[in-house]
Ligand binder design. Structure first.
Ligand code: G1P
Length: 299
């Protein structure tokens, strides 16, 4: 079955970005000149996704408005013949249909996905987590959809992480079938390095069959007392139905302030219209040379 839907959970409070997120959804914080969530939606649209389901919460209306049309603004830009800006403004919501549903309780990522069940229905779907931006030549979720469509098995994006960081990720262990695909046997949410079954961490991209909903309904609270997507996927892995996909691209964790800055810098460096000015700006931050100690005779 073709994958045409993506679920993007965006209900988090964004406490790591307080006080900014007191009144602005964290998904709207900019990476250079576009909101974070725009990168995620573009990746999905580039992969052929036609409808996006945002699992939202109170306080996220600014984000939903971003993907809506804005008649007054559009009329103003037209009147002033600012057609390049007009194009940027209308492009955001043009490529995909956006549907929202609210997660009324913060019971974890697994619960957020389950919230989308009445809209997704009985078809496979992609999941993209907003905190992971992946800069890649080909959209990672698109590459994963290709694997899914070939094998009709869940596909999870993975990357090697330092051993001491296993507690930050869902960890996958299994057997490599080729250079890029692991037959996943075990999945554990954020294990201590001492008990982690490998150092391949899950990055926030998944393609899953609708079967995941029934598994999520049977998943008890796990790590942190939350219903974990990793735990439901582990049940699928036990049935030999999960592929770990080692993607190509640069992943940046925009879930914290420095990560967000990193993503902006990465963009500025790779954008031809900004690169030179950005490199010039960086000179300001070059460390001064270590002062040479003066010999007493020089005094
Ligand atoms: C979530 C998942 C985790 C995954 C991570 C990737 O955790 O639960 O398995 O490795 O996203 O970003 P979070 O970072 O939301 O706590």
């Amino acid at each position: 079955m073709r994958v045409r839907t993506a679920v993007i959970p965006v209900a988090g409070l964004g406490t790591r970005f307080l006080p900014a997120t007191k009144s602005v959804p964290k998904e709207m914080l900019p990476v250079l000149d576009r909101p974070c969530v725009d990168y995620i939606v573009r990746e999905a649209a580039d992969a052929g996704i036609e409808r996006i389901i945002f699992v939202t919460a109170r306080g996220k209306d600014a984000m939903v408005d971003y993907f809506d049309s804005s008649p007054a603004l559009e009329a103003h830009l037209k009147e002033h013949e600012k057609f390049d800006l007009l194009e940027k403004v209308v492009e955001a919501g043009r490529r995909v249909d956006v549907i929202t549903i609210r997660q009324r309780k913060a019971l974890g990522l697994g619960h957020a996905i389950l919230t989308a069940k009445p809209i997704v229905g009985d078809e496979p779907f992609a999941i993209l987590l907003g905190d992971d931006i992946v800069f890649a030549e080909k959209p990672v979720i698109g590459e994963m959809i290709k694997v899914f469509e070939k094998q009709q098995e869940a596909v999870v994006a993975i990357m090697e992480v330092p051993n001491e960081h296993t507690q930050r990720y869902g960890i996958c262990a299994g057997k490599w079938e080729n250079k890029q695909e692991m037959r996943v046997k075990q999945m554990v949410e954020k294990p201590h390095p001492k008990v982690a079954p490998s150092n391949f961490g899950i990055v926030g991209r998944y393609v899953v069959p609708a079967e995941i909903f029934a598994l999520l309904e049977d998943t008890p609270p796990g790590k942190g007392g939350e219903i974990q997507l990793t735990d439901a996927l582990h049940m699928l892995a036990r049935m030999n139905k999960v592929v770990g996909f080692k993607f190509e691209g640069k992943r940046v964790d925009t879930g914290n302030a420095l990560g967000l800055l990193h993503a902006s810098m990465y963009q500025a460096f790779h954008r031809p219209d900004m690169r030179d000015a950005f490199l010039e700006l960086l000179k300001e931050f070059q460390l001064p040379p270590t002062p040479v100690k003066q010999k007493s005779a020089d005094k």
